[in-house]
Design a protein around this ligand. Structure first.
Ligand SMILES: [Zn+2]
Length: 211
């Protein structure tokens, strides 16, 4: 198994590459920027990209998706509740003072319960609205791994003041979808360092009110 996570773009969105050497396949989650570097890494590893998975449609997570799709032919999957955010890409770019990337609607919606990923490494889609209406987490149960997007961070939670955000929904998503996961679940968040569900359960002060 190949699992690499590295920050891309000015906001340092953690882009994750998961590969299965035996099958020669990979998936990429949140190629927000630096698509050339991501594509180069895939070819260095000799992996064919099967899916581009988007945790939510903020520019720093989805910005490079269409470029990567055009380079590799891989489909883009994103929850459809974030389509309004995708249509606001010019506005999102203006918030950052950058140029808007070209975007297109996803090839398929990351609907709750859908199983995506690679044959050897399947992931269940957990719809976790709150940071945005279409935010999802990807739970690779056989790997004890959660890709959390901007829903949960080490010691923090996602902001809820952007369009489609809701603090009440975010807390409900974390309570009902993430905290039931086993303590040993490794969490790769959308920004910053890795953590585990167990560590956040005891040490994340934003989650105190959920106990
Ligand atoms: Zn975000």
């Amino acid at each position: 198994m190949i699992l690499e996570s590295f920050p891309v773009g000015v906001l340092g969105c953690n882009c994750t590459l998961l590969g299965d050497e035996a099958a020669g396949e990979a998936l990429v989650i949140d190629p927000g920027d630096e698509v050339g570097r991501i594509a180069r890494r895939l070819s260095e590893l000799g992996l064919r990209l099967k899916q581009i998975l988007i945790t939510h449609a903020h520019i720093d997570h989805v910005g490079g998706a269409l470029k990567l799709k055009r380079l590799t032919g891989a489909p883009i999957l994103m929850n459809q509740a974030d389509l309004p955010l995708l249509r606001m890409m010019d506005q999102q770019a203006a918030w950052l003072g950058t140029e808007a990337p070209e975007v297109e609607p996803p090839d398929e919606s990351l609907a709750d319960g859908l199983v995506v990923g690679l044959g050897a490494y399947p992931a269940q889609v957990l719809h976790t609205p709150g940071h945005s209406a279409g935010s999802v987490c990807l739970y690779f149960k056989p790997l004890d791994l959660l890709i959390a997007g901007d829903t949960l961070f080490a010691g923090s939670i996602g902001r809820t003041d952007l369009p489609g955000g809701s603090y009440a929904q975010l807390m409900e998503s974390i309570r009902t979808r993430l905290l039931p996961l086993p303590d040993q679940t490794r969490v790769i968040s959308g920004h910053g360092p890795e953590t585990t569900i167990g560590r956040e359960r005891v040490a994340n002060q934003f989650l105190r009110e959920l106990h």
